[in-house]
Design a binder for this molecule. Structure first.
Ligand code: PBG
Length: 324
């Protein structure tokens, strides 16, 4: 007997494929991470991340307008200060580069949700994500720096703060700090399950944030663990996270799925710099159809269970999705 079912019937033409597609990407799913630095009026290309820039405040504003026109609704800002010190003081300076960028964006009144990455590593001279004593990153002393950073970003105009440092207790500390400053409406997207990953390589070159000694495996998670990710997610939810993130995305699709199954909160995933560079370098070498590759990556992350996709491809992807 020939089979009763012929699955190819549902693949016969674009109309029927569109009808039965289980995962639909939408421009509203996308968050565009962007870098802003002091010193210059130019946008400086980031060599490790072809197509991405370290913006000045004026070029950031133009790039955000372009993102809005493409259909992007959210941006995540990373600041790159001129001056780094052991305390990372530019992270929470009221006139720090990221604070000034938020103020300028707010003044512009674009229909954009403004997110701030809260971490110390771009701002500290030692390149670690918190307070360093000798060769140890002191968890509890780091909390105060992170709270000050989150509050100052929110006061400058961030609608949401996204702590990426992986110190214990930071979500509760930041929530209390925001509330004490009257910033009840500012949401927290926790980098809840953030792994100690080799895929951050290009970012560290972009942000000049590679650790000066040691590595981050004393605070970021071991790539081999899954139960621990669920523990981190549950703790951050108990401390008041509004959304939880898994990072990186592509090498951690099983983690995204597992997190999706244990929470009702929105789940985000960060398609990180190394994952971006892999696609760009393959496309540049003619080894992959770039557009198909990018949409396949994003679709796989959404299919795994993430409703929010942080991606350096946000602007282009939004344009393609609108074209249909
Ligand atoms: C800051 C931070 C990092 C990334 C986001 N926030 C780097 C790191 O932890 O070393 C990585 C983003 C990317 O690779 O695209 N802690």
């Amino acid at each position: 007997m020939f089979p009763t079912h012929r699955p190819r019937r549902l693949r016969a033409n674009p109309m029927i494929r569109d009808l039965v597609r289980e995962t639909q990407l939408h421009p509203h799913d996308l968050v565009f991470p962007m870098f802003v630095q002091e010193q210059t009026d130019q946008a400086v290309p980031i060599l490790s991340m072809p197509g991405q820039f370290r913006h000045s405040i004026p070029t950031l504003l133009r790039a955000c307008e372009e993102a809005v026109e493409a259909g992007v609704r959210s941006v995540l800002l990373f600041g790159i200060p001129n001056h780094k010190d052991p305390q990372g003081s530019q992270a929470y300076a009221p006139d720090g580069v990221v604070q000034r960028a938020f103020q300028a964006l707010k003044a512009e009144g674009l229909p954009l949700l403004l997110m701030g990455d809260v971490c110390m590593c771009e701002y500290t001279s030692h390149g670690h994500c918190g307070h360093v004593d000798g060769h140890c990153v002191d968890n509890d002393k780091s909390l105060d720096m992170l709270v000050k950073t989150a509050v100052s970003q929110a006061q400058a105009g961030a609608d949401l703060v996204a702590p990426s440092d992986m110190m214990d207790g930071r979500i509760g500390a930041i929530r209390s700090g925001l509330d004490a400053a009257g910033l009840h409406e500012v949401a927290i997207m926790s980098y809840a399950a953030k792994y100690s990953s080799a895929f951050y390589g290009p970012f560290r070159e972009a942000a000049g944030s590679a650790p000066g000694f040691g590595d981050r495996s004393g605070y970021q998670m071991d790539p081999a663990n899954v139960a621990e990710a669920l523990k981190e997610v549950r703790m951050d939810i108990a401390e008041g996270a509004d959304m939880v993130m898994v990072k990186p995305a592509l090498a951690y699709l099983d983690i995204i799925r597992a997190v999706r199954e244990i929470t009702d909160l929105p789940v985000a995933a960060y398609n990180v710099s190394g994952e971006y560079a892999m696609v760009e370098l393959m496309a540049r070498e003619g080894l992959m159809d770039r557009r198909r590759g990018i949409l396949e990556v994003l679709s796989s992350i959404k299919r795994a269970g993430a409703g929010i996709l942080l991606t350096y491809h946000a602007v282009e992807a939004a344009r393609w999705l609108r074209e249909g």
